[in-house]
Design a protein around this ligand. Structure first.
Ligand code: HEC
Length: 203
């Protein structure tokens, strides 16, 4: 009898295993004994809603909305804008450490397209975007406000995508490096020492 029951158990187990009773995926919400507000009514991104006439659940924030984490006094540092205008000047301290950080970040994120000197001749232009990548050493880009360059890094422009994941202070570091490159490519002769100038004069 004991052997029979054992054999029966093995056969039953084998039959169940063969039938594929291994648990399966379910679209239904799991049974919740203590819900703890884990599921609540909500709209998923790009879902529809009958509430608004255009049926879109995604809404543009009311104009003038400031994200809770932005202190209005800090707005320029985080947006590059002062009210609705581009701001100029650096809201962070420009130090040689910041420039070094900017040089590194620029090398990682920008130089592939904009080139190491910012002339718009990065390695990518050998394959695509030739003549499209902006040249920082043009008058138009020299005259961009610091805030506009800051904003462009996060949001992109035209065929350039944005890099919103670069932290705000790193973006300012990059802006500082862009300014450094612009200066380096258009430095007045008067900035050089007499010794340097005489070196250049010798053929
Ligand atoms: C994939 C290539 C690519 C990368 C990487 C890239 N850019 Fe650009 N960038 C472009 C192109 C293309 C344009 C020209 C866009 C246009 O005017 O349509 C441009 C334009 C710009 C402009 C000019 C915006 C204006 O108002 O005309 C700035 C400033 C700029 N880029 C900064 C940066 C910085 C800083 C980085 C690094 C964080 C960066 N870009 C990374 C391709 C790139």
């Amino acid at each position: 009898m004991r052997n029979f029951l054992l054999a029966l158990a093995i056969v039953l187990f084998a039959a169940l295993a063969a039938a594929g009773w291994r648990g399966r995926k379910s679209e239904r919400p799991p049974l919740q004994i203590f819900p703890d507000m884990k599921s609540q009514p909500k709209y998923k991104t790009q879902a529809e809603t009958p509430f608004f006439a255009d049926a879109r659940a995604d809404r543009v924030p009311v104009s003038g909305t400031i994200p809770v984490e932005i202190d209005p006094r800090d707005a320029y540092r985080l947006t590059g804008k002062i009210r609705d205008r581009w701001g100029d000047g650096f809201p962070v301290k420009v130090t040689s450490a910041l420039l070094e950080r900017g040089r590194q970040r620029f090398g990682i994120y920008c130089a592939p397209c904009h080139g190491l000197t910012g002339s718009g001749d990065g390695v990518v232009t050998e394959y695509a975007l030739k003549g499209v990548v902006a040249n920082f050493n043009s008058d138009r880009l020299r005259n961009l406000a610091d805030g506009q360059i800051f904003w462009t890094i996060a949001n992109g422009k035209g065929q350039m995508m944005g890099y919103p994941h670069i932290a705000a202070d790193d973006r300012w570091a990059i802006v500082a490096w862009v300014r450094t490159l612009q200066l380096s490519q258009a430095a007045p002769l008067a900035d050089a020492t007499e010794a340097e100038r005489s070196k250049w004069r010798t053929p």
